[in-house]
Design a protein around this ligand. Sequence first.
Ligand code: MN
Length: 425
Amino acid sequence: MSIVANNPALTSWVNVPEKSDFPIQNIPFGIIKVNGESARVASRIGDQAIDIKALFVLGYLENLPFSLADFDSCTLNTMMMKGKEGTRKLRERLSKLFSEGSSDLKGKEHHVDQVLISMDQVEMLMPIDIRDYTDFYSSEQHAFNVGCLFRDPDNALLPNWKHIPVGYHGRASSIIVSGQAIHRPKGQKKPPTADVPVFGQSNLLDFELETVFFTYQGKPLGDTISTEEADDYIFGMALFNDWSARDVQGWEYVPLGPFLGKSFASSVSPWIVTIDALEPFRVSGPSQEDPKILPYLEYSGDKHIDINLDVIIQPETGHENVVGRSNYRHMYWNMNQQLAHHTVNGCNINCGDAMGSGTISGPEVGMYGSMLEISWKGTKPFQMSDGTERKFINDGDTVIMRGYSESDGVRIGFGEVSTKVLPAK
Ligand code: MN
C-alpha cells in the first residue's frame, strides 16, 4: 500500500511550527464552529483549520465521491459512510492541495481566506455521533497491576485474559469533547471499614489513559469481521480519558461489571487521526504463543502502533505535572483483534462506533495510566511540583492527555484531551 500523503519529504505552503502535531502528513478530521456559522467538517495544518465545506463549495473537491451534505454537517458520520476508499481519496486530495509544489490553491488569496481559519478563532465540537461505545481492557501491565492491587500478585491475570480481548459495553451518550468540564460524581460506595454502604461524592476519582478508535459502517447483524478485514473498517483514533470513580466502581461491579462508576463521563480529543496517517508507525506486538490464541484472533503483519502518550495533572493554580508516560505499543491485543472478537458472535458494527483500548500502562513505574496504579491504591502518593500530593484527582484539577508518533523526522500528533474537574453538584 502506497499512501502518497504519508511521504516524509512533503512540505506545505501553510506555515507549520516546529514540533507541531499537525504537519501536512497528518490531515486529521474534526468538526469546527466559527463565530455564528454552522458546524462543518474540517482538517488542520499547523495552527490553521481547513474548512472542508468551503473547499467543496469553491470546487476544489471535484471528482471525489462526496456531496455538500457530507461536509455541511455537525458530525463526521456522513462523510465516514463513504468508507476507507472515500476518506483516503479525500485525505490525498487535501494533501495535494496544501503541498508546497501545488499551485491549485496556493496564492489564490481570495479563496485561501475562506478556507484557512486560525485555530484561535475555532471552537472544536464533538466530532462523531457515537451510538455504541465498547471499552476493552487490553494492556497486560494494567490488568496485571489491577490484579495485584485487588486480588493476588501470584495470579494477577484472570484465566481468560490471554485468550479473550476482554471488554464491556459502555455509555456512548456521556462521551464529551475536550474542554468540557465535569462535576465530581456521586454514588453508593462501601468503605473498607464500614459494615453498610454509604451515599456521597466519589473520593477516589481517577482518569484512565486510553486511545479510542472509530469504525466505518460494518457488516450486517450475523456477519463477522476477520482480523485481516479489520483494517477496512477502522477510520481513525483519538485520545480518550475514560473517567472512573474507583470507590463507586469497587462496590458495584460484582457480578455484571462497570456501571455508575464509569458512565458519568469519558472525554475524547477533537481531531480524529486516520489510521492511514498512522501506518508509518506500525510496530510488532507481543508473542501470543503461551498460551496460544485461537485461530480467529491470529493476524499477520505489524498491527500495533508506536504512539507516545502522556497524562498530566494541572492543579487549579499551578503548573502541569506529567504523572504518567506510556505508549500504545504496549497493548497485548491490537485493534484488529478487538474488532474480530467483537464481531465473532455476529454482533454488528455501525459507522461511528467507539472502541476504547482500556487503560494503557507500560511495563515500568512511571508508565502507568491511572492514579490507581500511580499511587498504588493510595499508598504511594504522587508528589506535585507545588508541594501538594495526589492519590486521586482533586476538585479544580485539569487532567490533560497528549499523544504523538514520530519517525523519519515526521511527528503525527493528536493534540490533547483536557478536562477540568468541578466540585460535586
Ligand atoms: Mn476504560
